[in-house]
Design a protein around this ligand. Structure first.
Ligand SMILES: *Cc1c(COP(=O)(O)O)cnc(C)c1O
Length: 389
């Protein structure tokens, strides 16, 4: 099949062409159904095509599509107010992608560094981290090989610390450091979880050394880890946080949040044509209100528990290395490098396929909709068992 004859080559995609999605299910052009545990890479927090998003889009599109980023609109103000109410942050900048939000966080850190810290501008990040695909975010990411694709890379990201090694962060912070940027659970690297003790020490260290702590919660935020934000699990308050993926539930929406004392952009320092556009903000508000309504996150935690227990049984039955995760961001570690084969086998199962992701050669990542049912979890585990055979 030459489906992508007209697309610029960026990756190799499997053959199915998807035409429909409902909840945890996708349907391709041949009518085959797939139970989807990828969900647009942890984006579709409420599953495929939820009525709540369709309604928010329709109502807002008919009412006011785009007054422009230089004017206020009601959904922009309401979403910013809701996010500050739900979090420890005071100020919000809305944009369209995780990379854009992270760029905004780095700009904010550099602005703060130039105003308050004598020109400090370096951002310390972590080995194996993933912060997006703009040039600066590729430079900030600790993905092996990424500095060689598009040289020269933007400067200011030369220090990479090691997750759960506070000494490596101490050594990386210097007089020019403005911020430390961290994913509390490294998603793309294979669900590597920061230790609670490490995160508390990191928070104390950044406070003591007067550098910003930026939590990249693009993947972990908005209920993915069973709480509104993953940092709540660690009982720390970052200075700056970024959100994307789950906040839009499938539409391009992202946010940069900060405490009042870091609200230091001058007018004109930051912006963008789609920043705060009401169509996306209306969806974000609907998603956030749903995920943070009474009982929703408790159910996510129960579902996560069920999935984790099922995965542990698979580990025992198939002699796998292990299972880990936080909430509905989970990974299965295989004894050898056959994750890509399992992904293919799972997709090819008949009559129903299973969609999984393999961020590493020996590791499968599961990131179902937060709305996945118990029956769908059991079905996913049954299909996964078949694929592993
Ligand atoms: C996906 C991701 C990004 C990049 O988000 P985009 O919307 O693709 O730009 C940044 N950080 C983390 C932790 C992510 O998982």
């Amino acid at each position: 099949m030459n489906a992508d004859r007209n697309l610029i080559t960026i990756t190799s995609r499997p053959d199915p062409v998807f035409v429909e999605g409902q909840g945890s299910w996708l349907v391709d052009e041949d009518g085959k159904r797939y139970l989807d545990l990828v969900q647009g890479w942890a984006v579709n927090s409420l599953g495929h095509s939820p009525a709540l998003i369709a309604e928010a889009l329709q109502a807002q599109a008919a009412r006011l599509l785009n007054p422009g980023p230089a004017y206020y609109n009601r959904p922009m103000l309401d979403l910013a107010a809701r996010l500050t109410e739900l979090s420890c942050f005071d100020r919000v900048f809305l944009c369209s992608s995780g990379a854009e939000a992270n760029e905004g966080a780095v700009k904010l850190a550099r602005r703060w560094g130039s105003k308050r810290r004598g020109g400090a501008h370096e951002v310390v990040s972590f080995e194996h981290s993933f912060h997006g695909r703009t040039m600066a975010m590729m430079s900030a990411s600790g993905k092996p090989g990424w500095s060689e694709i598009y040289p020269p890379m933007p400067a200011g990201f030369s220090k990479k610390a090691r997750l759960n090694d506070i000494g490596s962060v101490e050594r990386a912070i210097g007089p020019d450091t403005a911020a430390v940027m961290i994913e509390l659970v490294q998603g793309e690297a294979g669900v590597n979880i920061a230790d609670p003790g490490f995160v508390r020490e990191l928070s104390a260290l950044t406070t003591e050394r007067q550098v910003l702590l930026i939590a990249d919660e693009v993947q972990t935020g908005i209920g993915r880890c069973g709480h509104a934000f993953a940092h709540e699990l660690y009982d720390v308050e970052p200075d700056v946080m970024t959100l994307a993926k789950g906040i839009g539930g499938g539409v391009p929406l992202a946010a940069l949040l900060c405490k009042e004392r870091f609200n230091c952009f001058e007018p004109g320092d930051q912006g963008g044509t789609y920043c705060g556009n009401p169509l996306m903000a209306a969806v974000g508000l609907a998603v956030v209100n749903e995920v943070c309504r009474d009982g929703f996150l408790a159910t996510v935690r129960q579902r996560a528990q069920r999935l984790a227990e099922g995965m542990q049984s698979l580990v025992r039955e198939h002699g796998l290395i292990g299972e880990r995760g936080v909430g509905l961001l989970r990974a299965l570690v295989l004894p050898d490098d056959r994750a890509a084969q399992v992904v293919e086998a799972a997709r090819g199962l008949e009559p129903t396929g299973l969609l999984l992701n393999a961020p590493r050669p020996n590791l499968l990542r599961l990131m179902p909709a937060l709305t996945i049912s118990e029956a769908e979890i059991d079905e996913a585990l049954r299909l996964l068992d078949l694929a592993l055979r």
